[in-house]
Write a protein that binds this ligand. Structure first.
Ligand code: HEM
Length: 119
């Protein structure tokens, strides 16, 4: 273990886009690579619902996917690596590869997405 002050810059400076959401689906962390990939500045997304990062055609149903998983529903994306179409702030789209992990913090379920350009 390398100490508390290394993990934060390691995630911040990761080549993977890193998005962490809390138990209320609010964005807690959005690193530099995520800003580049989505075209949003972190101050536009931090504290807001993760649906702001989801393509328009999924916005209405994505929160249901998350709550289904929170309630112990079958794992779909979770723990998996798969390709998803990402929609940027300017409306352009790019194929990306997602790895989604469930992060249990004292019973509070967070989710961590690691994403990279797969185009
Ligand atoms: C589920 C798409 C961003 C968390 C899903 C599903 C889709 C999807 C299609 C349904 C599962 C399936 O079809 O296999 C997307 C797209 C995103 C995005 C296109 C952005 C470009 C995120 C982010 C998070 C997240 C940033 C959290 C950090 C989840 C969770 C589920 C889910 C927790 C339920 C997974 C499960 O049941 O195994 N997403 N998602 N998504 N997504 Fe996203």
């Amino acid at each position: 273990y390398t100490g508390d002050n290394i993990l934060f810059p390691a995630l911040e400076q990761s080549m993977m886009a890193v998005v962490l959401i809390n138990e209320k689906d609010e964005v807690l962390f959005f690193n530099r690579s995520a800003e580049k990939l989505w075209g949003y500045q972190r101050q536009e997304v931090l504290g807001k619902d993760v649906s702001g990062l989801v393509p328009s055609y999924l916005k209405g149903i994505h929160s249901g996917f998350i709550s289904h998983n929170r309630e112990g529903g079958e794992a779909r994306v979770e723990g998996m690596s798969r390709e998803l179409l990402l929609e940027r702030k300017d409306g352009s789209t790019v194929w990306t590869r997602f790895s989604l992990s469930k992060v249990n913090v004292g019973g509070r379920l967070h989710y961590l997405a690691l994403v990279r350009d797969a185009s």
